[in-house]
Design a protein around this ligand. Structure first.
Ligand code: ATP
Ligand code: MG
Length: 307
């Protein structure tokens, strides 16, 4: 049995096709991300799967249960992190967690374990109204873990977190996965999705435009190396790189930032050096790298790199 199965999901708001025929299937123990530009339909999709919004049509099965018909049975077995939880302002972190534990009839994690999972030890006796934005965010993640959920839903869990807190949340997500639970998350950080997720779906205008492991998506879209550099000076660069050895597709020139894709890094670098020696270009910085999920995202959602 899959943890989540969604078939041909649709949700329109008047003329806006927020979700326009999404199908996906997420396995048990899988960490899966919905990626996509603002307004792509990620939150709408997640909230329908959580049973918080009703779709116009489509099938949504969560842990083998029909979410639309049996929302209560589903809710006790999942954990939901809400973006703007009203967190009982005058209760301390520990008190909020204790309160949430009483909401669940079954087994719950004790508040010390929850506090450890999201690194809020120093703030356990602080009232939630006195927490910083990132700390409040971490508390909302802890609240999603109270009932040993079999699936955890995290909608942009790391937005607004400092780099350390973000990495610490990655560890928390890996721990959730180790415990056997599935995680469905959204993020605008492609490096995070690449690092954490078994598979991702890229969504644009309410439809899935690509779905696979980050590694496969990169391989399918870029089997070449990326050479990037800045050029000094104001000479027009258009055409200079035409016919350069090894290039696999047209170069991208934006202001003085050049991106080249090559199937033969050494040959391309050699020709670039020749151009440089002849004084036709001057390198400012030069960076040779493999493609990332961010490159795939930008390519598939139609935004040029560095736009
Ligand atoms: N309750 C609503 N009423 C009307 N339109 C809505 C409603 N909720 C969402 N929409 C519209 O549906 C589309 C998808 O919104 P959604 O919140 O799912 O996007 P998202 O992918 O989560 O974007 P973001 O990355 O900005 O969070 C948007 O065009 C949005 O304006
Ligand atoms: Mg959203």
């Amino acid at each position: 049995m899959q943890a989540i199965e969604v078939e041909n999901l649709k949700k329109y708001y008047g003329k806006i096709r927020a979700v326009d025929g999404i199908s996906l299937s997420i396995g048990q123990g899988e960490v899966f991300a919905l990626l996509g530009p603002n307004g792509a339909g990620k939150t709408t999709t997640i909230e329908i799967i959580e049973g918080l919004r009703l779709p116009d049509s489509g099938i949504v099965n969560v842990l083998g249960l029909d979410v639309i018909r049996q929302p209560r049975q589903v809710k006790s077995r999942i954990g939901i992190q809400l973006q703007n939880t009203a967190l009982f302002q005058r209760l301390t972190v520990a008190e909020v967690l204790e309160l949430f534990r009483t909401f669940y009839p079954g087994q719950t994690r004790n508040s010390r374990e929850l506090i450890d999972l999201v690194d809020l030890g120093e703030k356990k006796d602080t009232q939630s109204r006195e927490l910083s934005g990132g700390q409040r965010q971490r508390l909302s993640v802890a609240l999603a873990l109270v009932n040993y959920p079999e699936i955890v839903f995290l909608d942009e869990p790391t937005t607004g977190l400092d780099p350390q807190a973000r990495r610490s949340l990655w560890d928390t997500i890996r721990q959730i996965q180790k415990s056997g639970a599935s995680v469905l998350l959204t993020t605008h950080y492609m490096e995070e999705a690449q690092e954490l997720c078994d598979r991702v779906a890229i969504i644009d205008s309410g439809t899935v435009i690509a779905m696979d492991t980050p590694g496969n998506l990169i391989q399918q879209n870029f089997n070449e190396t990326i050479i990037e550099f800045n050029t000094a000076g104001s000479r027009p660069l258009d055409g200079i790189f035409h016919g350069l050895a090894g290039l696999t597709r047209p170069e991208m020139v934006k202001d003085h930032h050049v991106t080249l894709y090559t199937a033969n890094t050494v040959a391309t670098l050699g020709s670039l050096m020749n151009l440089s020696e002849r004084g036709e270009i001057h390198f400012d910085t030069l960076n040779v790298r493999v493609a990332t999920l961010e490159d795939v995202f930008l390519k598939l959602t139609g935004k040029t790199i560095r736009d």
